[in-house]
Design a protein around this ligand. Structure first.
Ligand code: SF4
Length: 222
């Protein structure tokens, strides 16, 4: 009986908080090993035109994980998530909300930049459902290794990866949901979406992003 209880406890510890759709096989290894392996990922065609894999970044014991959508042009060139204009907006919002960006784990749902070349410009294109599915094991592996207490999904792609396709950001933004017994998650605006909005909607959405991040800061203090 004691062996059974120990085995069940190990099983719980070995499972990440579940995504809306199950992942068949979660890659093994430390975060550093996963990052190295993801550099050679060929699970979907997005690696071909992108500069590099943009894996998650941050402390492996972070209590909060922020999940965005996919890397933009600057992230693709630098190899780190949230370093472009959207990243600057996010960092300002985190500071206003009382969260230290250096203590968070930042990642994306899809790890390669998808774009369409237009002259010298690379126009961002949204990863399709097959590409999102192909990339899901990397996200599941990050959730398993970091095991955050709180997850903040930035934007509809990340939110639907966690909560399912019926999730509507406009209706359900900013509400905590249990992913499992150890992890709570909420969804809020992606900073890129805020940058595309016009005033006064942009100011309102930015204030909502700060308020939602402050909810995470509040939970950490409890
Ligand atoms: S987007 Fe994800 S699944 Fe596709 S090649 Fe890149 S790392 Fe692999």
């Amino acid at each position: 009986m004691r062996d059974y209880a120990a085995a069940m406890a190990r099983r719980v510890a070995d499972a990440p908080p579940p995504l809306a759709k199950p992942v068949d096989e979660i890659p093994d290894g430390s975060l550093a090993a996963l990052r190295r392996r993801a550099r050679g990922c060929r699970r979907c065609p997005l690696w071909r035109d992108a500069t590099q894999t943009v894996f998650g970044a941050g402390p492996g014991d972070a209590q909060v994980m922020l999940i965005g959508e996919q890397p933009g042009s600057q992230e693709d060139l630098e190899g780190r998530p949230f370093v472009g204009p959207a990243g600057r907006l996010l960092r300002d919002a985190l500071a206003e909300a009382g969260l230290d960006a250096d203590r968070l784990y930042l990642t994306n749902t899809v790890k390669h930049f998808k774009f369409e070349p237009r002259g010298k410009v690379r126009l961002h294109r949204r990863a399709n459902a097959a590409e999102q599915t192909a990339c899901r094991p990397w996200l599941a592996a990050e959730l398993l290794r970091v095991r955050p207490a709180l997850v903040v999904a930035l934007g509809a792609m990340a939110a639907q990866t966690l909560f399912g396709h019926a999730f509507r950001l406009t209706a359900e933004r900013g509400r905590w949901r249990a992913l499992d017994a150890r992890t709570q998650a909420l969804a809020t605006w992606h900073p890129s979406a805020i940058l595309r909005m016009r005033a006064p909607q942009r100011d309102e959405a930015r204030a909502q992003l700060v308020a939602d991040l402050a909810r995470a800061a509040d939970r950490l203090r409890r």
